[in-house]
Design a protein around this ligand. Structure first.
Ligand code: PMP
Length: 420
C-alpha cells in the first residue's frame, strides 16, 4: 500500500515503455470505468486502454464466462486448429454482427494485434491485385510494424525506422488541405496523371475518424466518394476500424454511418471484449485467396479471447446499446462545447462522434497540461494528434450518464484552473 517507491518508478521509466510519465502512479485494481492505485485513490477512466476496453474493466458477465471456461479446462492455445470456442465466436459474429448488416466477409485471425490485421490486409490487397502501391493518409495511424508504419502519416512514429517503405503514398485526408479543397478530386488527379509517378495502387487504407491523428472526422460524403473512386479505378478499400470499430462511434462498424462496404476491414482492440489481445481481418469472400499457411503466426487463436469476445457480442443483439452510445455522445459533445464556449481565449474546437470526442487547441502544450491537471483530480485522459494538440475523451462505452457527468466536471475544473 502507499505511494509507489521512487525505485519502482525509476525502473518503470527506464526499463519499459510506459505511460508512467503521464499517469504517475501504480494501478492495482480496475472495475467498470474506474481504476484504483496502490494508495487506494480512484481514477475515472476516459482512456479505456486506447479503445481496448469498450465494455469496461472486468465486466462481470464477460468475466463469468471466462472463469467458467478456465474451470472447465477449455482449450487455451490452439494455433489455427478448430475449437469449440472459436466456432462459437464465429457463429455469433456472423449472426449478431454481419448478417443483420447485410455484410458478407470471410474472417481471418491475423495475429493478436491491430498492426497484425493491417499487415494482413496490405499483403492480401497486393496479392489479389498484383500491384504494390498502397495509399494512406496524412495523420493516419495504423500500427508499429514496418508495413503498417509506412502508411502511418505521423512522421515522429516513422522517424527512427527510416520508412516509408517503397510503394506507399500519403494523400490528404478529408479537411486536411482546407474546407474548400475536395481531396478526393486531388487524389483522382494524382492517380490519373501518369506523369505523377504513382502506379495504380492496390489499395487505399483509411480510418473513418483518425483517432491517434487528432480525432479528424471524415465526412459521410467524403467516405462515399472514396468508395466510388476505389470502385471506379479497381482499387481495394481497406477500412482500419481497429480504434473506431466495436461501437466507439455509436454503430458496431464506424463505416455503417456512411453506408459503404469496404473490401477489407481491420478490427482489434475491443473485439476481444475483456482487454485480451485479439484481431480480425474481414475479407470480401471473392478476395480470400490466401493459401494455407501463407499468413500464419503462433498467437492467432487465443481461445480465452474467443470466449470473452463472444460474450461481448451480446451488447449488439438489439439496438439499445447503440442508442445509448449516441445519447451519451450527445451529452459529451454538449458538455465539451459548453467548456469551449466558457473560455473562448483558449480557442478550443470540439471534434468527434459518439464516445470518441476531444477538444483541439491551437496553443502547443495546452492539451497536455489539461490532461495532467485532470489526472491530478482523478481523471485519466490522453492527448492525440501529431503535436499532441487534442485532449481526447474515450471512456468505456458502458459508462453511466452520472459517471460521464462526473468526468466532465473534473475536466471542466481542470480547464478552468489552466485558463485562469
Ligand atoms: N490502427 C489504428 C486505427 C489504431 O488506432 C491502432 C492502435 N492505436 C492500430 C491500428 C494498431 O493496433 P495495435 O497497437 O494493436 O498494433
Amino acid at each position: 500500500t502507499g505511494k509507489p517507491s521512487l525505485h519502482v518508478f525509476e525502473m518503470l521509466e527506464s526499463e519499459v515503455r510506459s505511460y508512467c510519465r503521464s499517469f504517475p502512479t501504480i494501478f492495482t485494481r480496475a472495475k467498470g470505468c474506474t481504476l484504483w492505485d496502490a494508495a487506494g485513490e480512484a481514477y475515472l477512466d476516459f482512456f479505456a486502454g486506447a479503445g481496448a476496453l469498450n465494455y469496461g474493466h472486468n465486466n462481470d458477465d464477460i468475466k463469468k464466462k471466462l472463469i467458467e471456461y478456465i474451470q472447465q479446462d477449455g482449450v487455451t492455445h490452439s494455433l489455427d486448429m478448430a475449437t469449440a470456442a472459436k466456432e462459437s465466436f464465429l457463429e455469433q459474429f456472423q449472426r449478431i454482427i454481419l448478417q443483420p448488416r447485410g455484410l458478407s466477409y470471410k474472417i481471418q485471425f491475423p495475429g493478436p494485434t491491430g498492426a497484425n490485421s493491417v499487415e494482413s490486409a496490405l499483403k492480401l490487397a497486393r496479392k489479389v491485385t498484383g500491384r504494390s502501391t498502397i495509399i494512406g493518409f496524412t495523420n493516419a495511424f495504423h500500427g508499429m510494424t514496418l508495413g503498417a508504419l509506412s502508411v502511418t502519416g505521423n512522421k515522429f512514429k516513422r522517424k527512427g525506422a527510416g520508412v516509408p517503405l517503397h510503394h506507399t503514398v500519403s494523400m490528404p485526408y478529408d479537411g486536411y488541405m482546407s474546407d474548400q479543397v475536395n481531396t478526393i478530386e486531388y487524389m483522382r488527379n494524382y492517380i490519373d496523371d501518369s506523369g505523377s509517378g504513382v502506379s495504380l495502387p492496390a489499395a487505399i487504407i483509411v480510418e473513418t475518424i483518425q483517432g491517434e491523428g487528432g480525432i479528424n472526422v471524415a465526412s459521410i460524403e467524403w467516405l462515399r466518394s472514396l468508395e466510388m473512386l476505389c470502385k471506379e479505378k479497381g482499387i481495394l478499400l481497406i477500412v482500419d476500424d481497429v480504434q473506431m470499430g466495436c461501437g466507439r462511434t455509436g454503430t458496431f462498424f464506424s463505416f455503417e454511418a456512411a453506408g459503404i462496404k469496404p473490401d477489407i476491414v481491420c478490427l482489434s482492440k475491443s473485439i476481444g471484449g475483456y482487454g485480451l489481445p485479439m484481431a480480425l481481418t474481414l475479407i470480401a469472400p471473392e478476395l480470400d485467396i490466401w493459401e494455407p499457411g501463407e499468413h500464419n503466426g503462433t498467437f492467432r487463436g487465443n481461445n480465452l479471447a474467443f470466449v470473452t469476445a463472444a460474450e461481448a457480442l451480446k451488447y449488439w443483439k438489439t439496438n439499445q446499446f447503440s442508442d445509448e452510445i449516441f445519447a451519451k455522445g450527445e451529452l459529451l459533445k454538449s458538455g465539451l462545447q459548453d467548456m469551449v464556449a466558457s473560455y473562448p481565449h483558449l480557442k478550443g474546437q470540439v471534434r468527434g462522434r459518439g464516445l470518441m470526442q476531444g477538444i483541439a487547441f491551437e496553443t502547443q502544450g495546452l492539451a497536455e497540461k489539461i490532461c495532467e491537471r485532470a489526472f491530478s483530480k482523478g481523471l485519466i485522459m490522453e492527448t492525440s494528434g501529431t503535436d499532441s494538440e487534442v485532449a481526447k475523451i474515450m471512456p468505456p462505452l458502458i459508462i453511466t450518464e452520472s459517471e460521464l457527468k462526473n468526468g466532465l466536471e473534473l475536466l471542466y475544473t481542470s480547464i478552468k484552473e489552466i485558463a485562469a
